[in-house]
Design a protein around this ligand. Structure first.
Ligand code: KG4
Ligand code: ZN
Length: 345
């Protein structure tokens, strides 16, 4: 079965053709990057206007790259939430129109579920029950996936998401947009001269027995330390890498500790990482090391499948094939994991 996936929940306009949920045939992506880079963040209405221009060329290039026509695809898959309303509407309304025009079934996909399926584009998919850590710009959740479409939400952030924490702190440091990857680049510049500086960040909720996460206190601590170092007139070339390094250590420590606690309480057959923050090298390394210690298989998407794209939307639709009548589908920016559990129960 060949599914055309479409993803426009944030600043990407992406399409991909995937066969049987596991084999990528082609993909194309346009990023509203330049204008957002200039503004230092996603500007929703500007992004949506760009996506309106991008969407049809992106879809037709995806078909051309695979040398397929619309008559050769079996279904369309579309992200219908969560995300920015203007951006979601572009993808959802385009997919509804194409579904009716081409007479192909339309499968709505929750973006967060989609992220998880980045791990199925592989010859060795995760075993159930899989314990999943989803870490993106807007969400941080620990989920037990008992089967396709069967999820139990074990914990989530009580305030900011891990990606949001990286982004806000990166912005304060004056790093380029998108901030997360630049925090990582800044951290590796850490120099021995920084050893005289003492910075220690809290690990919010780390020893709390719940499986919830919290990053807003960490962000505040980061701001306080940053202002202190600036006011002391220290060299930014020395303290910025140290702040980035310590922030990364604290975020990854909180994520891995809680994820491993979840694995103790709900012993899984595999560990799965998903979402944009899954691109972070320290998180990838520390999670792999922890999985080896627990003798559990760990699935970490290749870098190209961590941040938003349509490949995993098409894969998710294959394994959760529930087409909807196009006029009944509406974009829903407020979707979360609770919505998935509600839908599947
Ligand atoms: O999943 P995603 O592409 O978009 C959302 O669904 O939110 O995730 C984007 C998030 C951003 O917060 C970005 O800063 C973060 O992922 N991110 C990273 C890295 N690459 C992307 N955070 C830390 N280290 C990275 N290498
Ligand atoms: Zn995402």
């Amino acid at each position: 079965m060949i599914i055309l996936g479409i993803e426009t929940s944030c600043d990407e306009t992406a399409a991909a053709l995937v066969e049987d949920g596991t084999r990528l045939l082609s993909q194309e992506k346009a990023t509203s990057f330049k204008s957002n880079e200039l503004m230092g963040g996603v500007v929703p209405d500007k992004t949506a206007r760009e996506q309106l221009r991008f969407i049809l060329p992106v879809i037709s290039k995806t078909l051309d790259k695979a040398a397929l026509t619309s008559s050769q695809i079996d279904a369309l898959a579309i992200t219908y939430g969560p995300g920015l309303i203007g951006s979601l509407l572009i993808g959802v309304e385009t997919a509804k129109t194409l579904s009716l025009a081409w007479n192909k079934p339309l499968v709505p996909i929750n973006h967060l579920v989609g992220h998880i399926y980045a791990n199925w584009l592989d010859t060795n998919p995760p075993l159930f029950p899989a314990l999943v850590l989803i870490v993106s710009g807007g969400h941080s959740e620990i989920v037990l996936m008992k089967d396709h479409g069967d999820f139990e939400l074990l914990g989530s952030t009580r305030d900011d998401a891990a990606g949001e924490c990286f982004d806000k702190c990166g912005r304060l440091l004056g790093l380029p947009y998108p901030y997360g990857p630049f925090i990582e680049k800044e951290a590796v510049k850490l120099s021995p001269n920084a050893s005289s500086l003492t910075i220690s960040f809290p690990r919010p909720l780390k020893s709390d027995p719940s499986l919830d996460l919290s990053f807003s206190g960490l962000k505040t601590a980061f701001q306080t330390q940053y202002r202190r170092l600036v006011s002391e007139g220290l060299d930014p070339a020395v303290f910025k890498p140290l702040l980035a390094h310590e922030l990364q250590e604290a975020v990854v420590d909180c994520l891995v500790t809680k994820f491993l606690r979840a694995a103790e309480v709900h012993p899984p057959s595999s560990l799965v990482l998903a979402g944009g923050v899954a691109a972070n090298s320290l998180l990838r390394q520390n999670l792999s090391a922890a999985a080896t210690e627990l003798s559990l298989p760990v699935h970490i998407p290749p870098l190209s499948l961590c941040t938003d794209n349509a490949t995993y939307i098409a894969a998710a639709a294959y394994f959760n094939y529930q087409p909807i009548s196009p006029p009944l589908l509406t974009a829903d920016p407020t979707l979360n994991f609770r919505s998935v559990i509600h839908e599947s129960s």
